[in-house]
Design a protein around this ligand. Structure first.
Ligand SMILES: [Fe+2]
Length: 297
């Protein structure tokens, strides 16, 4: 895909950190108008109690209303395995279209089986308002956004570029955080390497906004870096420490590391909700209900 970044367009980016899942959600506003997008919203879940609340989303909604913004898009960079999306809740209140990568269909196929979903669970991505292919563009007011396919962590992962800002999802973490795991069903460390190279080929000064940060080695939480910083200093792929990391070296590193990682605490509810664009599954009486596939993951 040929992609020409427009570094003269500088959107305003407001971050909202969710302490429970270490997720960063964003409101991105076009430079010269009220149009905005929400990236990777979070619904609060007390899993032990089976209780859902919307404090995090309410905070974003209050911000959008207070600033007089017009919400046009609600973007999921991928099907998250560590938190539940609040996309439908936000859409009910503020409008906007929910968009995700078109390869969501592969994710729905895999997890539709694992959660033994019936035929009423559509595996065609129709729960979303827009399915992006690599290189697809969409408008946030006068600002053009481009979705770039970055599979590897999951098949449907995309990085969304808006002017001089890019929202990386889980394709990269901060330089001292490295990269995301590639061992979920449909994940692929080699593909992740190739996708990271695509991100690193963006302009040096492009601002990169992370979806997660865990404050490695006790540093404070951060979520913004640049392509140059990642290219030089990323601990999994940066060039500063010596020769460039090869694809095979990266795959071996990822495999060894992924074997040590436990499943994310909220993976089971997250997948069931996020593969439905943030809607809760329902039982045969229509009540919201989550499943646990025993030894299924
Ligand atoms: Fe993720």
């Amino acid at each position: 895909m040929e992609f020409e970044a427009n570094m003269n367009v500088k959107p305003h980016v407001k971050a909202f950190f969710d302490e429970d899942s270490n997720t960063i959600s964003y409101v991105v506003k076009e430079p010269d108008g009220p149009a905005c997008a929400v990236i990777d919203s979070v619904m609060d879940l007390d899993y032990a109690a089976g209780r859902i609340t919307q404090d995090h989303a309410d905070e974003m909604i209050a911000y959008i209303e207070a600033q007089g913004l017009k919400l046009e898009w609600i973007i999921e960079t991928h099907v998250h395995a560590d938190h539940l999306s609040a996309a439908p809740y936000i859409q009910d209140r503020l409008g906007g279209k929910i968009g995700v990568g078109a390869r969501i269909m592969e994710v729905q196929e895999v997890f539709g089986k694992i959660f033994n979903e019936g035929t009423e669970f559509q595996r065609d991505g129709s729960q979303f308002d827009a399915l992006f292919e690599d290189g697809d563009t969409y408008q946030i007011g006068a600002m053009t956004a481009t979705a770039i396919a970055t599979p590897g962590h999951t098949p449907a992962c995309m990085v969304h570029v808006m002017g001089d800002a890019a929202f990386t999802g889980d394709t990269l973490f901060m330089p001292d955080g490295g990269s995301a795991r590639a061992d979920f069903p449909g994940g692929d460390a080699g593909e992740l390497y190739d996708s990271i190279q695509r991100v690193l080929s963006l302009p040096d000064d492009m601002r990169l906004f992370m979806c997660h940060d865990y404050g490695p080695n006790g540093r404070e939480i951060r979520w913004e870096t640049t392509v140059r910083e990642e290219r030089e200093h990323n601990i999994h792929i940066g060039t500063k420490s010596g020769s460039a990391v090869t694809r095979d070296e990266f795959i071996a590193m990822r495999k060894a590391r992924d074997e040590t990682l436990a499943m994310p605490r909220l993976i089971i509810p997250s997948l069931q909700v996020n593969m439905r664009a943030g809607e809760l599954p329902r039982d045969d009486k229509g009540n919201p209900m989550l499943k646990v596939p025993v030894n299924g993951l």
